[in-house]
Structures are given as structure tokens and as C-alpha cells.
Write a protein that binds this ligand. Structure first.
Ligand code: CUA
Length: 333
């Protein structure tokens, strides 16, 4: 890490600057956060000074040089070397300082340490999933405190963006390629993850949590979570698949309508469709709705769901997941 925070801090530790920092963003909880805030405050205050200064001078000149009877306009001077050097030199100096300080922090933020712990991040409309080195998949991001964590991220469908305000990190998650981000959390606790790239109807619901564990507790959590997942019943596995595969983004389990219809109480119901005759919800109908959602579009809903056929082909969705999901839906009475 650079000593940039310390280097610039004395100039910016004015109480007002600190208050503005916490007005915009939650308390700093990662190693890069202080440097990011310092640059944010630097640019913010440069902007404030120039905005106020320019508006003040404009207002003063409006009065001072307004047209009055008996005063004739003098020809404007054509050239003033000192003035022109000043108004070019000061902004040049400022942008060089902004570039230099930002670039150093940018390099830090884009270069994960060699020993970083790696978590795979999967984004889809409209949920996140996190895969740990032992193969365990969770809908939230769990990490150890004071250890560098690297995120290797990809998207199933459109461009999303992972944003953890408390860590001051933000990175696009793009289909067809991998993007990376890293952080080192400094405080145990829970922090919110936002999707910060507009990705459709459920964008604002595309949330997850970072759980930063106390020293030693992360390893224990991961072991327990993986062992727990291995001993579940089909319906319990189905509930996890419901989250892992992202069904949760569009289908509620409490009866409320989201982008898609709820899963509650549907098994055995007869559904009406805009493009097919009514059928009773059974195992085959659910399987078809996962792999070919456009075949039967529920009345009152748009044909919006992506097919999971591709996921079945590439192994991210298994036939077992589908039967687990069906068992889970059966339990939602
Ligand atoms: Cu995903 Cu916005």
C-alpha cells in the first residue's frame, strides 16, 4: 500500500472534510478506503472552491460592468501573457496532482496481492452467487478479516456491477469475460453489496451481504456450511438452488408477484397462459418452465425469463438441481 493517505491526510483532516466523507459513504472498512476518500475529498473541495469562486466573480462582474447611461464600452485588451499562463498553469498543476494520486491508488486497487483468497462471483438477473475454493456456493460473500480477497467475476446475461460502498470497490461484471476486484476488509461486520449497473426490472433488488468474519472464524464457517449443504434433504437442497440459481430474483416464495409469478402454492394449481392452453403445475411443467420458459407464458406476466438450457449444458445447473427445486416448490403451501 502507498502512504498516500498519510501523505495527504493533514490537509484534509479538517472536521468539515471528514463529515462530508461520511455524508456520502459509510465508514471506511477496507485497506484502500482511506486513500479513495482522500482523493474523493481532494476533488470535491477543488470543485467547490472553483464553483464558488467562479459564480462569485460572475455575480460581481454582472453588477460592476452592467450597461449604464453615459458609460461607453472600452475595447477589450487582446492579450495578457501573465494572466493566460496563470489560468493554464494552475489547472494543469491540479490535474497532474489528481492524476498522480489517483493513478497510484488505481494501481493498488487493480493489483491483488499474490496470496489473495479467491472467490468466484456469478451475477445474473437479479442475484449474486459466490463460489468458494471447496466448491461450496453461497448467496452471500463471506470473507476473513485482514486477509486480501480476490473476486473473479462473470455474468450470465447482461452487464452488472459489484459495488461495496464500505470497501470503496466497484467493478463491472460482464458476460463472456472475467473481471477482477480485490479488497482487504479491516473490520468484522456485515456490509451491503449493490448491483450498480442498471440491469433491468429487478436491478434495485440485486443485493447481497459481505460477512467479514473474526480471525479464525471464516474457516470454521466455510467448513460448517459445506458440511451442512452435503446433509440436506432434496427440498432443502432445492431451497439453496432457488437462491444459487437466481430464481429468488424474480419468483417470491411468500405469494407476492415480482417480475415473475410466485412459487407459493403453485404445485397442483391450474395455470392459464397467453400462448398455450391451461395446464396443471406438475414436475414436467416446472422442468419445461426452467429450460424453455417461453413455451408457456403465465397470464399477467411478460416473456422475460432466460432459458436455463445453457446452464444445463455447461453443468452449472444439473438435473438434480431441477428435481430438488421441484421438491422445494412442493413444500411451499
Ligand atoms: Cu444487476 Cu443491476
Amino acid at each position: 500500500m502507498t502512504g498516500l493517505g498519510e501523505w495527504l491526510a493533514p490537509a484534509l483532516t479538517a472536521p468539515l472534510a471528514q463529515e462530508m466523507g461520511s455524508f456520502w459513504l459509510p465508514p471506511k472498512s477496507s485497506t484502500v478506503a482511506p486513500a479513495v476518500d482522500t482523493i474523493f475529498n481532494l476533488i470535491f473541495w477543488i470543485s467547490v472552491v472553483f464553483f464558488v469562486g467562479i459564480v462569485l466573480v460572475m455575480v460581481v462582474f454582472l453588477f460592476k460592468y452592467r450597461r449604464r447611461p453615459g458609460v461607453t464600452q472600452k475595447p477589450a485588451p487582446t492579450h495578457n501573457t501573465i494572466l493566460e499562463l496563470t489560468w493554464s498553469g494552475i489547472p494543469l498543476l491540479l490535474v497532474v496532482v489528481i492524476f498522480y494520486t489517483s493513478y497510484r491508488v488505481y494501481l493498488d486497487m487493480t493489483t491483488p496481492p499474490q496470496n489473495a483468497y479467491e472467490v468466484l462471483v456469478h451475477a445474473q438477473k437479479w442475484s449474486w452467487s459466490f463460489t468458494y475454493p471447496n466448491g461450496y456456493i453461497d448467496e452471500n460473500l463471506h470473507v476473513p478479516v485482514d486477509k486480501p480477497v480476490r473476486l473473479v467475476m462473470s455474468s450470465e446475461d447482461v452487464i452488472h456491477s459489484l459495488y461495496v460502498p464500505a470497501f470503496r470497490i466497484k467493478m463491472d461484471v460482464v458476460p463472456g469475460r472475467y473481471t477482477k476486484a480485490w479488497f482487504q476488509a479491516t473490520e468484522p461486520g456485515e456490509y451491503v453489496i449493490f448491483c450498480t449497473e442498471y440491469c433491468g426490472t429487478g436491478h434495485s433488488d440485486m443485493l447481497a451481504t459481505v460477512y467479514v468474519h473474526e480471525p479464525g472464524e471464516f474457516e470454521k464457517w466455510l467448513e460448517d456450511a459445506a458440511r451442512f449443504a452435503a446433509n440436506l434433504s432434496p427440498a432443502e437442497r432445492g431451497e439453496r438452488a432457488y437462491v444459487k440459481l437466481g430464481c429468488v430474483g424474480c419468483h417470491s416464495m411468500d405469494g407476492s408477484a415480482k417480475t415473475g409469478p410466485t412459487f407459493k402454492g403453485i404445485f397442483g394449481e391450474t395455470h392459464r397462459f397467453t400462448n398455450a392452453s391451461p395446464v396443471e403445475v406438475d414436475e414436467n411443467y416446472i422442468r419445461e418452465s426452467i429450460l424453455n420458459p417461453s413455451a408457456k407464458v403465465r397470464e399477467g406476466y411478460a416473456d422475460q425469463m432466460n432459458s436455463y438450457k445453457k446452464s444445463l449444458d455447461d453443468g452449472t445447473l444439473t438435473e438434480e438441481d431441477i428435481s430438488d427445486l421441484i421438491e422445494y416448490i412442493k413444500t411451499l403451501k
